[in-house]
Structures are given as C-alpha cells and as structure tokens.
Design a protein around this ligand. Structure first.
Ligand SMILES: *[C@@H]1O[C@H](CO)[C@@H](O)[C@H](O)[C@H]1NC(C)=O
Ligand SMILES: *[C@@H]1O[C@H](CO)[C@@H](O)[C@H](O)[C@H]1NC(C)=O
Ligand SMILES: *[C@@H]1O[C@H](CO)[C@@H](O)[C@H](O)[C@H]1NC(C)=O
Ligand SMILES: *[C@@H]1O[C@H](CO)[C@@H](O)[C@H](O)[C@H]1NC(C)=O
Ligand SMILES: *[C@@H]1O[C@H](CO)[C@@H](O)[C@H](O)[C@H]1NC(C)=O
Length: 387
C-alpha cells in the first residue's frame, strides 16, 4: 500500500509539472543561458564526435595519471584576445587605468576552449582576478582583461557540461593569480574568499575530485577535474586551505622562469612534481627570434627527456610556451611558438620543432606538455597522443 501511495504521489508530481511539449525544461534553458554567458571565454558550446574528444577511453582505469602524456594549453583564456576584443573592452579596462599593450603580447591561443577540449587538450592553465569593479572573478592575462561578462563560475559550467558528455575523459585545471594583473585588484582576502566560494559550490563539489595533494588513477578521475592550485589562500584562516581539494603548487615554491623546478606538493608523502616553466629565455636582448626559440626548445626537450627517464611515479609538467617581449621587435608568444613566418626563423617555432622530437619519443612518458597555439602545426597534439 505504501508503495502504491508513493507511486501515485510520484505520478502526481510528474503530472503536476509536465515539461511543455516542444519546449525545453527550465534547467536546460538555464544551462543554455550560463553557457551563452560563458562563451566569450569558453567559445560556442558544441558536442563533438571527433576521436580526440574521447581519446582517454582507450586507457584502462588503472592507469596512473602521472604516467600519462597529457596535452595542455597555456593561457587558454586568451584565445579570442584580438584588437577588436581589446577595443571592445577599453571602457572597462579604463576604469582602473591600466596600461595595456598590443593584443599579440597577451594572446597565446586562437581556438576556443571547447575546440581545445574536443581536440584532446586535457590540462588548462587559466589566470583569474576580480573584474575592475571588484564584483566577480573573471579572466585576465596580466593587465589584459579577457571578458567583463564571462565569469570564472560560468566558464566552469562549460567544463562540467563537456565532462557530462565525455564521461571517459578527465581534466586538470590550473588556476593562477598573476602578479601584474589589474592595478586595483589584489590577491587579498576578498579575492581569495570568492575563489574559494567558486571552487566549493555544489556543482564544483560534484565535478572537482575531492582528493588532496595526490594524483590517483584515470578510473577515479574520469568525468572529473583535478584542481591544480597555483595560488595560496594565505589571507584566509588555514581552515580554508585545508578544506579546498586539489594539488597545491604554491607560488612561493614555483621558481619564476625555472628550467627545472622540483616542487614538493606533499611533504608528508614526499611527493614532488618536476616542472619546466622557462617562459622567458634569459638571453641578452637582440639575439633574435631563432636564437630564443632554440634556447626555449632546448629547455623543453631536456625536460621531456628527463621525464622519460627519471622518477616514473612523479608528475612531470613542461611548458612549451614562452615569449621574449623585451626584444625589439618583441618575440610574442605566437612568434616563439610558430616562428615569424620569414627566413628569420627558417625552422619555424618551438611547436614545429617539437613534432619530430615527440615522434622520436615513442613509448616514453613525457607527462603534461603545455602549448601555446596548440593547433599549429596540425599534428602536434596527435604526436603527443600517439606516444
Ligand atoms: C571574439 O571576439 C570578437 C571581437 O571582439 C567578438 O565579436 C566575438 O563575439 C568573440 N567571440 C566569442 C565567441 O565571444
Ligand atoms: C577593488 O579592491 C581593491 C583592493 O582592495 C581596491 O584597491 C580598489 O579600489 C577596489 N576597486 C573598486 C572599484 O572598488
Ligand atoms: C623523496 O623523493 C625523492 C625522489 O623524488 C628522493 O630522492 C628522496 O630521497 C626522498 N626523500 C625522502 C625523505 O624519502
Ligand atoms: C641547444 O642545444 C644544442 C644541442 O645540445 C646546442 O648545440 C645549442 O647550442 C643549444 N642552443 C642554445 C641557443 O643554447
Ligand atoms: C619577422 O622578423 C623580421 C626581423 O625582425 C621583421 O622585419 C618582420 O617584420 C617579422 N615578420 C613577422 C611576420 O613578424
């Protein structure tokens, strides 16, 4: 009898709020709105049937994340930062009086985040801060505001939605508060509190792995996000840091411009990550693009060789991205990654030269490799996935 009553009640509930035929439910309309708000950073949401959108289904659940070769993108949020975008945001940027340099200084990608996901990218580096009115956390690259309307929280919903559609995959999201961001915004208690809130909403608790300071297996991580914390919550009581899951890559331990950083993220278990983040070659001014590209390529390939031969159970995280903006003309992220298209850089940039290198690493673990302009040349990401 009780069962019957429950059934009748359930039926009553279902009948009381029928989804109108031919229209969407309010929850799906709400999701559409959030994804639309996110689109200046996320791009237009699209489900993909590309094989790269679900490449992880080929790997067994028992695969350790630190054993995988994971393509990543540096400064993912910059993909649409053209002159038109900079001009369109000028009235907001002007609010805090920042000097903003030409867009090519900041731009590191040109395909949307949704395109990146569908192309197989699984590790995302993003930079956040308060918007110039201190109202919401949005995306920046140094002084350059990427969008005033797409909040960090909106964009996270895009990742959540994508994971629902690609449950075989796992993602890592690296959040960094960058010094040199907007003049007024500070990495203060209010900012840290808002970041903490954003990363502990009910949705975040569902999609971010709730483990701390260790990497597990692919099986545990499918459909979920590992948070890579390139920030401290040092302006808040210690309980906040304790309550936030993810892996803590404290900026205090991350050597600036380091070619070979050993960062212990879990001292109790002696877990160390090996990182190459040589983003600005330390060459004298005026050596030119080809030289700086070679210097950067050397740092990256040396680190990938180390990844293939040492500490097999530790995380290796290498950045193939760089710039040398102090040169005149500057070597922008694009020129470092792709060359400048002239005889000045006959071998191209870091990306073109990495393809034959990666093809020579068959069967090896190289770890996470972060690219600028990841989609050029077209076989770069595939070369990593094919190892
Ligand atoms: C990319 O930027 C252009 C110029 O600002 C803008 O018109 C376009 O809507 C942006 N794309 C997205 C997906 O927001
Ligand atoms: C935003 O917060 C910063 C740091 O507290 C402060 O310096 C700045 O004046 C604030 N900006 C606005 C528009 O309130
Ligand atoms: C910690 O791990 C490193 C290798 O990553 C090893 O060289 C070192 O001896 C270990 N230290 C302790 C105290 O176990
Ligand atoms: C890069 O490495 C190669 C091979 O070790 C070396 O010959 C070359 O001088 C290095 N280039 C730079 C710019 O340091
Ligand atoms: C390439 O570099 C040369 C020498 O600095 C410069 O004259 C040329 O404008 C650059 N071309 C591009 C497309 O950046």
């Amino acid at each position: 009898m009780k069962g019957l009553i429950t059934t009748v009640l359930a039926l009553g509930t279902a009948l009381a709020f029928p989804a109108p035929r031919g229209t969407s439910s309010l929850s799906s309309l709400a999701l559409q709105k959030v994804l639309s708000d996110a689109s200046p950073i996320l791009g237009a949401y699209a489900k993909s049937s590309l094989s790269t959108a679900s490449w992880m289904h080929h790997y067994p659940d028992s695969t350790k994340l630190v054993h995988m070769n994971l393509p990543g993108v540096h400064d993912a949020q910059t993909w649409n930062y053209s002159q038109a975008t900079q001009d369109a945001l000028k009235h907001v940027t002007d609010l805090d009086g920042n000097t903003v340099y030409p867009p090519e200084i900041y731009r590191c990608q040109e395909k949307s985040i949704i395109d990146m996901l569908n192309a197989g990218i699984r590790v995302f580096d993003v930079r956040y801060a308060y918007d110039p009115t201190n109202s919401t956390l949005v995306f920046w690259h140094s002084e350059a505001l990427m969008s005033e309307t797409a909040t960090v929280e909106d964009v996270l919903f895009g990742f959540y939605r994508w994971l629902d559609e690609q449950p075989s995959e796992t993602l890592m999201l690296s959040f960094q508060y960058e010094g040199g961001t907007t003049i007024n915004a500070k990495n203060d208690a209010a900012t840290q509190m808002e970041l903490f809130r954003t990363l502990t909403t009910p949705a975040a608790k569902k999609y971010f792995l709730q483990t701390k300071d260790q990497f597990g297996t692919l099986g545990e991580a499918r459909g979920k996000i590992t948070l890579l914390k390139r920030f401290d919550l040092d302006q808040l009581p210690a309980s906040y840091g304790d309550a936030l899951p993810g892996i803590h890559f404290s900026p205090a331990l991350w050597t600036d411009d380091g070619v070979d950083i050993a960062l212990t993220y879990n001292s109790a278990k002696n877990l160390t990550a090996y990182i190459e983040d040589y983003y600005q070659p330390n060459s004298p001014i005026g050596m030119g693009a080809a030289y700086n590209i070679e210097l950067k390529l050397n740092a990256t390939t040396q680190h990938l060789v180390k990844a293939s031969g040492m500490y097999p159970d530790s995380l290796f995280w290498s950045f193939a991205s760089s710039n040398y903006d102090v040169d005149s003309p500057p070597e922008t992220p694009r020129i470092m990654a792709l060359g400048n298209g002239t005889q000045l850089t006959p071998k191209g940039g870091v990306n073109q030269q990495l393809v034959p290198f990666l093809k020579g690493m068959k069967g090896k673990r190289v770890g996470i490799v972060m690219f600028d302009f990841f989609d050029t040349p077209g076989d770069l990401v595939q070369a990593l996935l094919d190892l």
